[in-house]
Design a protein around this ligand. Structure first.
Ligand SMILES: Cc1cc2nc3c(=O)[nH]c(=O)nc-3n(C[C@H](O)[C@H](O)[C@H](O)COP(=O)(O)OP(=O)(O)OC[C@H]3O[C@@H](n4cnc5c(N)ncnc54)[C@H](O)[C@@H]3O)c2cc1C
Length: 388
């Protein structure tokens, strides 16, 4: 028995290729993203040259098999990428997260061979995708969506409005959920792939946000937008399954984004408290400060365990729904708490834009909202525990 246990790796012990991958992504983020972070936040605009570099690094096609031109990694690699990027800038983390854990994931799992051949190689070189479920009237109650798709010739005509769509500005392909048969309720929901430029489809206003400002969040408008039946992802009426199953996995990616954010805030704070002097010594020498740093580290470590465990379970084909819900809620609460403590320990400097931690505090807030609010995660956990 002891031999079996000894053979089980600790959750945070990474394989050699995973260590190399994580470190190379972090080095890239530190060198190429850190200098752009403040400007992208101020102007609420993603740097287009950075996007090119993310493609070159293979970070926008982590799980795309090599046979389709991708990096051929695992879901866990995607999680490591999102964590390492978010340690420097969570806005970059979410762009990469949506592309890998939602969009590519859905195409690989539900796409026909023709759709895979059409889209997967492009994700490896130049194409960004978006995942379009939410609407003004349907957020937590996602399946109450009002966007309709009506059969028209050899295709479907889509009419409706999507709200809050991440990557709306940069994306060239959009996975759009519409209902083909409202009488059937959620069993009418169908997933369509809509290309930018399709007549009847326009990208509307971009939101001016509190945090993750470099990540675009847009409204999408569909007015008699006709797409061929070959653009259906999965089966007609089974879009709800595509939505639920990809979001269950995507949630782990948001956990990784929040983990990276918290780690980044801790990194900055450790450096600062060693540097900053009060009462004739570094503030790191005060036990009160040391205990606060220790709590931040504890928060980061518990989050890492939950995120890595969920991702490992997913890669092993084991159930992970409850673990993913726990990882999302815990990581987003930790990100807010750790970033808040970072500001406290920076003192006045924590409150101004010249220093990096106020941005992380603003960026943390979204973790409790998108891909299912904290209340929705609590509902999932309670249902699993109470069995009702
Ligand atoms: C920056 C950003 C990016 C986003 N990106 C995307 C994207 O790429 N694609 C996409 O499809 N969507 C995206 N969203 C939408 C996001 O998923 C929704 O905002 C989220 O699911 C919450 O929906 P809502 O805003 O309508 O809030 P509501 O559903 O109106 O919730 C409001 C409050 O009520 C609570 N609540 C609602 N129902 C219940 C209940 N039954 N029990 C207890 N509490 C409840 C919620 O927890 C919340 O606190 C994004 C949103 C933002 C802000």
């Amino acid at each position: 028995m002891s031999q079996t246990i000894a053979a089980m790796p600790a959750l945070t012990r990474l394989a050699e290729d995973e260590v190399i991958f994580r470190d190379s992504v972090y080095e890239f983020a530190d060198k190429e993203i850190r200098p752009l972070t403040r400007e992208m936040d101020e102007h609420a605009k993603f740097n287009p040259d950075l996007l090119k570099k993310l493609f070159e690094m293979g970070l926008l096609s982590v799980e795309v098999p090599e046979s389709y031109g991708g990096a051929g990694g695992t879901f866990f690699h995607s999680v490591l990428a999102v964590e390492s990027l978010s340690r420097v800038d969570p806005s970059v983390g979410v762009l990469v997260d949506v592309q890998n854990t939602l969009v590519i994931n859905a195409v690989m799992r539900w796409g026909t061979e023709d759709l895979k051949r059409k889209y997967l190689p492009k994700f490896a070189t130049s194409m960004i995708g978006a995942y379009c479920l939410s609407e003004a009237g349907s957020g937590s109650d996602a399946f109450a969506l009002a966007t309709r798709a009506v059969e028209k010739g050899d295709g479907y005509s889509i009419t409706g409005r999507k709200l809050w769509i991440t990557n709306g500005n940069e994306a060239d392909m959009f996975i759009v959920f519409a209902n083909v048969n409202p009488d059937a309720g959620y069993r009418g929901i169908t997933a369509f792939i809509v290309d930018r430029g399709t007549p009847g489809f326009t990208v509307g206003k971009k939101e001016d946000k509190l945090g993750i400002r470099a990540s675009s969040t847009c409204e999408l408008l569909f007015e008699d937008c006709v797409v061929p039946k070959s653009q259906i992802l999965g089966e007609v009426g089974k879009g709800y399954k595509v939505a639920i199953e990809t979001l269950n996995e995507g949630r782990i990616g948001i956990g990784a984004q929040m983990l990276g954010l918290a780690q980044g805030a801790l990194d900055h704070t450790i450096a600062y408290v060693k540097e900053r002097k009060q009462f004739g010594k570094a503030i790191a020498d005060f036990q009160g400060v040391q205990f606060q740093i220790a709590r931040m580290a504890l928060d980061v470590e518990t989050t890492r365990l939950l995120v890595y465990n969920s991702a490992r379970l997913r890669d092993a084909g084991q159930p992970f729904l409850t673990e993913a819900a726990m990882c999302k809620i815990h990581s987003s609460e930790v990100a807010e708490r750790v970033a808040s403590m970072a500001i406290n320990l920076y003192g006045g400097n924590g409150f101004v834009k010249e220093y990096p931690v106020e941005k992380l505090y603003r960026d943390a807030k979204i973790g409790q909202i998108y891909e299912g609010t904290s209340n929705m995660q609590l509902g999932t956990i309670a249902k699993a525990i109470l069995g009702n």
